[in-house]
Design a protein around this ligand. Structure first.
Ligand SMILES: [Zn+2]
Length: 68
């Protein structure tokens, strides 16, 4: 769970039904925040959760280890 502690804000996760991705977000200039996974998938509206789920997506884990 150590990667989760490296997030500055709330951890966001997306369970795509098979594996759990780490989600990053940015505020769009106007309107809704944009959400996508570290492995570059768009997250469907309302499906990201601010729970401390263990990331199981290998690509997301790789990106997390590179970025931080
Ligand atoms: Zn992923």
């Amino acid at each position: 769970m150590s990667t989760i502690d490296k997030f500055a804000g709330k951890p966001l996760r997306w369970n795509d039904g098979t594996i759990v991705h780490a989600v990053q977000s940015t505020q769009a200039r106007k309107g809704e925040p944009m959400l996508w996974t570290f492995c570059q998938h768009d997250v469907p509206d309302g499906e990201a959760v601010d729970e401390d789920l263990t990331v199981t997506c290998p690509a997301c884990l790789h990106e997390l280890s590179v970025e931080f």
